[in-house]
Design a protein around this ligand. Sequence first.
Ligand SMILES: *[C@@H]1O[C@H](CO)[C@@H](O)[C@H](O)[C@H]1NC(C)=O
Length: 193
Amino acid sequence: MEPLASNRVTLLTLIFLLFLFIQPSLSIYCDEDDCYNLLGVTQSANASEIKKAYYMLSLKRHPDENPDPESKKFFVKIANAYEILKDEATREQYDYAIAHPEEVFYNTAQYYHAYYGHKTDTRAVLVGLFLILSGFQYLNQWTRYNQAIEMVKKTPAYKNKLKAKEFERTGGVTNKNKGNKQMNKYDLPYIFL
Ligand SMILES: *[C@@H]1O[C@H](CO)[C@@H](O)[C@H](O)[C@H]1NC(C)=O
């Protein structure tokens, strides 16, 4: 019972950590927006239409022309949407994520695979993975340590020690113990012979 319960706690902790590290899938592409909507194209638009739409929008909404912060935000958004849609592989992934929103884990994994593949230094990813794995390892060992402690507590030796401590604390029995010790002194040589 005890080890099973601990395993379940560890598993739940791992899942919780995964959710901390990984955002739900669809929102990772263009946040709450639809990447196609942002560029003002339909999902069936071809590559040159997407490119054209992006260039028109980025000219019109360039922060140099429109100094207000909203324009800057929008410019960043359309640049991000174009990053996703201009690449055939990431566009396919995005289309798949739209069509299968229930496959959260698969879509998220695909997104991060593409994302780390393109934009991030591989070494940083490895360090991140190492840290996450170390965290899991630590959790695992912590659970095992607690399990070991629980098992030791159940052994007769530990229980006897507890009883002995209890006797010492309550007193009254100390005389009996002394008597036992005295006897042991005489007994020992014979035992070892
Ligand atoms: C993309 O679509 C536009 C408009 O329908 C068309 O004129 C153009 O030839 C297409 N480009 C390609 C590469 O298919």
